[in-house]
Design a protein around this ligand. Sequence first.
Ligand code: FMN
Length: 192
Amino acid sequence: MTIITQRNTTTSPIHELLGNRWSPRGFAADHVVGEEELRSLIEAARWAPSAFNKQPWGFIVGRRGTETFGKIFDSLAEFNQLWNRNVSALIVTLARTEIDGEPFATAHYDLGQAAAHLSFQAESLGLNVHQMTGFDADAIAERFPLPAGYQPYTVIAVGVHSTDESIPEKIRDRDSGPRERQGVDDILLGFE
Ligand SMILES: Cc1cc2nc3c(=O)[nH]c(=O)nc-3n(C[C@H](O)[C@H](O)[C@H](O)COP(=O)(O)O)c2cc1C
């Protein structure tokens, strides 16, 4: 059985927010994201589960046009800078890898779940997000005062997808390319 939802082809029914989620690179330069929408993304992240409920995560939010946005943007790798000029906001995610002087083993796992919550909340608000590891974490640590034990881990672009002709062709081509996944049988390593 193959189910073709609006964007993602699935072999079993999944929630429409998951069936539609993707990571575009072409974003609308005229879109402005509201403070309440961004707060709602962080609220969704806040309610993610975490080991021992330690919530080993932190976020820095910069809206386009602000100094914070500029500092995050400058830390991005060259290819990511190419498509991030138009995004409405950039969010640095931080993993709290050390708590009370001890390494916290599941910090990255827990942060990933918080990022997933954030992504689905964004989708529900009609926003698109695109996560990135292509950035300089040391530059972020130099430019922002971070509490001890927190490490910048990803940057998340937030905005609304656009196919406007002002967006570089290379970026529009990538957005219109096929979306691929391994088959369920390739990842299902046991099932009785
Ligand atoms: C942790 C992480 C890091 C990523 N880093 C980058 C990046 O630096 N630049 C980029 O263009 N996309 C980046 N991506 C996006 C992935 O390439 C994308 O999620 C993947 O191709 C699947 O596409 P989809 O999200 O549209 O399903 C990253 C995604 C994740 C989850």
